[in-house]
Ligand binder design. Structure first.
Ligand code: FES
Length: 316
């Protein structure tokens, strides 16, 4: 994966635990635009790569911004990023979007908790500027912890529903009341802590079709014990490769000189997705949508496998 060198051009302390880092090209040239909801991989000072949603203006071009919460359990990822200073160099990937705005939807419900506000911020900014129908439900423990709340109150007060200090047991009732009112053709987007997203997704799917619920999930799925894997064959570009039980598809392909990009290697970033021409994938990622899984036409080859004997793949 080609990485882009960037320099930290500004840092804003948004909350006691969240900082926004503005990332510009060292020569001052444009970083380009991105589609709302997109994220980048950020290679931090300890060479750990993490995925962060972009929260600058999608149509801005001077710098990208990522908001990083310092996790108390961080072993070098977010903690190391919180120590960088203006002028430090980092590397990022090109933006990728796993949470794009569905252009056919008649209305959009954005649901965020905590740091999950970051992809929703770029989506809300875009929809507000372009007159697209949306509402944003933002859950936060306290006002002090709610990054970008003043900005949202200023820019789109009539779309914002700030739920500050709401206990977990009451979140479902608030979301149910909101989702009861939405018109047919609404799409729902969710980002936040894993437990919150699981509950919000299940709830949303009782009001809108499952393929109209979109999740931004940068958490890896727990993988089955490798001893339960079986070996199989993979065909790519007319060549057949043997994938043993203890190796991933991408490891085998890369060892054989195939040009497959990877980043997270945990099934969460979407970099390694390949097309499935034949065979049945056994999905173990956290990046494909329910519809993509069901189609069986794509798979994340860093973690997913097959319980069959053969897969035929192509570059995506
Ligand atoms: S490398 Fe990130 S999903 Fe496979």
């Amino acid at each position: 994966m080609a990485l882009i060198d960037v320099v930290v051009s500004d840092i804003v302390q948004e909350t006691p635990s969240i900082k926004t880092f503005y990332l510009a090209r060292p020569d001052g040239s444009s970083v380009g635009e991105y589609s709302p909801g997109a994220h980048v991989d950020v290679v931090g000072p300890t060479a750990i790569t993490r995925q962060y949603s972009l929260c600058s203006r999608p149509d801005g071009s001077e710098s990208f911004a990522v908001a990083v919460k310092r996790e108390t359990s961080s072993r070098g990822g977010s903690a190391a990023l919180h120590d960088v200073r203006i002028g430090d160099r980092l590397q990022i990937s090109e933006p990728r979007n796993l949470l794009g705005i569905n252009s056919a939807a008649v209305h959009h419900v954005l649901i965020a908790a905590g740091i999950g506000i970051t992809p929703m911020l770029s989506m809300a900014r875009h929809m507000d500027v372009h007159g697209i129908s949306f509402e944003l439900h933002y859950f936060s423990r306290t006002e002090e912890d709610a990054a970008f709340l003043p900005l949202l109150r200023d820019r789109c007060p009539e779309k914002l529903h700030a739920h500050v200090g709401v206990g977990r047991d009451d979140q479902g009732a608030i979301l149910s009341a909101a989702l009861t009112r939405v018109p047919a053709g609404t799409h729902v987007y969710v980002c936040g802590p894993e437990g919150f997203m699981d509950k919000a997704r299940v709830l949303a799917e009782t009001f809108v079709p499952a393929d109209a619920v979109h999740i931004e999930n940068f958490h890896a799925t727990e993988q089955p014990d490798a001893s339960e894997n079986s070996a199989f064959e993979v065909e790519l570009d007319g060549e057949t490769y043997h994938v043993p039980a203890d190796r991933s598809i991408v490891e085998v392909l890369q060892d054989n000189g195939c040009d497959v990009d990877t980043s997270c290697q945990e099934g969460i970033c979407g970099t390694c997705i390949m097309q499935v021409l034949s065979g049945t994938p056994e999905h173990r990622d956290n990046v494909l949508t329910a519809a993509e899984r069901e189609s069986g036409e794509v798979m994340a080859v860093c973690v997913s496998r097959t319980s069959g004997e053969r897969l035929e793949l192509d570059y995506y």
